[in-house]
Design a protein around this ligand. Sequence first.
Ligand SMILES: O=P(O)(O)OC[C@H]1O[C@H](OP(=O)(O)OP(=O)(O)O)[C@H](O)[C@@H]1O
Ligand SMILES: O=c1cc[nH]c(=O)[nH]1
Ligand SMILES: [Mg+2]
Length: 212
Amino acid sequence: MPIHEIRHPLIRHKLGLMRRADISTKNFRELAQEVSALLTYEATKDLPVENVDIEGWCGTVAVEKISGKKVTVVPILRAGIGMLDGVLSLIPSAKVSVIGLARNEETLEAHTYLEKLVGELDRRLALIIDPMLATGGSLIATIDMLKKAGAKEVRALVLVAAPEGIAAVEKAHPDVSIYTASIDQRLDEHGYILPGLGDAGDKIFGTKQKDT
Ligand SMILES: O=P(O)(O)OC[C@H]1O[C@H](OP(=O)(O)OP(=O)(O)O)[C@H](O)[C@@H]1O
Ligand SMILES: O=c1cc[nH]c(=O)[nH]1
Ligand SMILES: [Mg+2]
């Protein structure tokens, strides 16, 4: 079950707002975090829990807590930062591992400029976050790095995914589940997702927006 398109009404509504050509940086940022929180809820619904006894107001109470080592969230720079607060709003004690990648706009190959991973990856769930899964090159490179560093359980959260990218990731890493708000139609000749969101990094960082 590697690809999960989460067709929740709140996600569909919010993603629809994000597709507007005239969306402001502020609104795009806010919606990216909100959709990311909703995807996190889905992507963590099978986390293992353990029973513990705590002291409650009326004596000892049996409660559940998430077991195992803390999750690591792995934003792919830059655009993955635009999802981080949304994910951390639900997993506030997660460790953050950072991967810096830039896609060469001509060759579409991902170039790595930063790799800063937390320890004990073999004992943590790694949740990669990036708004766009286009050709899949960036996500595959990130999974390669995580697995090389010991990660055994890896999931990816993307706002929008192209069928071409999904197929590439499934082929390279069939064990990695992908959670997305939408499987879109296809890539254009420049490797952009259609209908997609445009350049998510530029929209989140305001780098191509005119000052008003
Ligand atoms: O699936 P792929 O074909 O690899 O493309 C997707 C990647 O491209 C974008 O990042 P970009 O390289 O533009 O960097 P940015 O986040 O700094 O804008 C996006 O955020 C993904 O990381
Ligand atoms: O559609 C796309 C593809 C890659 N990166 C983006 O920001 N958007
Ligand atoms: Mg970009």
